[in-house]
Ligand binder design. Structure first.
Ligand code: FAD
Length: 320
């Protein structure tokens, strides 16, 4: 069946987020005959410029000052006209804070099926087969869509980002007609993270748990992250103890990460934590308790004091 795909672009400060390019790959995997992207926000020039380098059919833009920040009703309303024009058979969003929020609304609007948190997509005998984790990552299930339209969210960092460059066929600017009543308005955004590297998209994550013992104890982890060009994450134990901000929390009730390398420092490996990182490609655990459950999912385990081991690793990686 020929697919017309609409991808909801994600961008921040004029930069297109990697998950958007991963969604383009997903659209290529389902052998879409038409791949379209919609960018919503304000001052979208650099976003359009970046996307224009890809072989897309249409880039839809909805540019309005009132869309500078994500407001669910406003974005869903703005997308109405694009859905009319594009008539997608499939919509792909990132499994991000925005995608997780928008996807069910779009599915309800279109009376479409929704599969969320895909970690892999393949085409088997004309069916799009989606693999997604269940039971907090303890098992995987495969699902298919029986009809169109469908809506899919993909977990960042699981599908390779598209590098298929080309030229976009057309850019269509859709004017935004404000809905009669908006129930919420964003007044201000308070940026809590250092924002060096987005935790959800980082290729290397150095995560600290209660074993880090204090906010000061996160310093060696930050140094290792700097040397490896990675991001710092944390267990809820560390967040609850006030050693770091909740924006760093990884797990069932925090962020889901799938980096190439995950180094867990002083984290016991509770199931709720593992739910957010078990799909990492290589897991290294540093823990002074040889029986810590984290070792059962680690590819490499170091039994010892993180305050000795982490600085040694930093020193060695600095030499590379
Ligand atoms: P601990 O379990 O206390 O482990 C600390 C570890 O550090 C120990 O293994 C210890 O041996 C080691 N250690 C101590 N000192 C050192 C040292 N010097 N060097 C090396 N190792 C050392 N947790 C999450 O992380 N994310 C979630 O999203 C999440 N969601 C939850 C949702 C619900 C509904 C519930 C009930 C719980 C949730 N939790 C979550 C909490 C989870 O159950 C654990 O309590 C938490 O993950 C424990 O954090 P921790 O591993 O840092 O601490």
């Amino acid at each position: 069946m020929s697919q017309t795909i609409l991808i909801i672009a994600e961008h921040r400060n004029g930069e297109v987020r990697q998950v958007t390019f991963e969604a383009i790959t997903a659209a290529q995997i389902v052998d879409a005959s038409s791949i379209n992207v919609v960018a919503i926000g304000h001052k979208l020039e650099t976003v359009v410029e970046t996307l224009s380098n890809y072989e897309l059919d249409t880039i839809f833009t909805i540019d309005d000052q009132s869309l500078s920040h994500y407001i669910p009703e406003a974005y869903a309303h703005a997308l109405g006209e694009v859905l009319e024009e594009c008539q997608p058979t499939g919509i792909i969003c990132g499994h991000t804070a925005i995608g997780r929020d928008l996807a069910p609304m779009l599915a309800a609007t279109l009376d479409a099926g929704l599969i969320s948190d895909a970690t892999s997509i393949e085409c088997v005998e004309e069916h799009i087969v989606i693999t997604r984790p269940i039971y907090a990552g303890k098992a995987f299930e495969k699902k298919i869509f029986h009809q169109s339209p469908w809506v899919l969210t993909i977990r960042p960092n699981n599908v390779s980002a598209s590098t298929l460059k080309g030229n976009v066929a057309q850019v269509k600017n859709i004017s935004f007609k404000k809905p009669p009543s908006l129930q919420s308005t964003i007044i201000d955004i308070v940026q809590k993270t250092t924002g060096k590297i987005d935790l959800a998209e980082a290729k290397i994550v150095i995560a600290g748990g209660r074993g880090v013992k204090s906010a000061e104890g996160f310093k060696p982890l930050e140094q290792l992250a700097d040397v490896l060009n990675g991001a710092v994450g944390a267990s809820r134990g560390a967040c609850d103890a006030n050693y770091c901000d909740y924006s760093l929390q990884i797990g069932q009730t925090g962020k889901v990460v799938t980096p190439d390398l995950y180094i867990a420092c002083g984290i016991s490996g509770a199931i709720q934590h593992v739910a957010g990182m078990s799909q990492s490609r290589i897991i290294v655990a540093i823990n002074k308790d040889p029986d810590a459950p984290i070792f059962s999912i680690a590819d490499y385990g170091i039994v010892g004091d993180l305050f000795e081991i982490v600085p040694l690793l930093t020193e060695e990686f600095r030499k590379v």
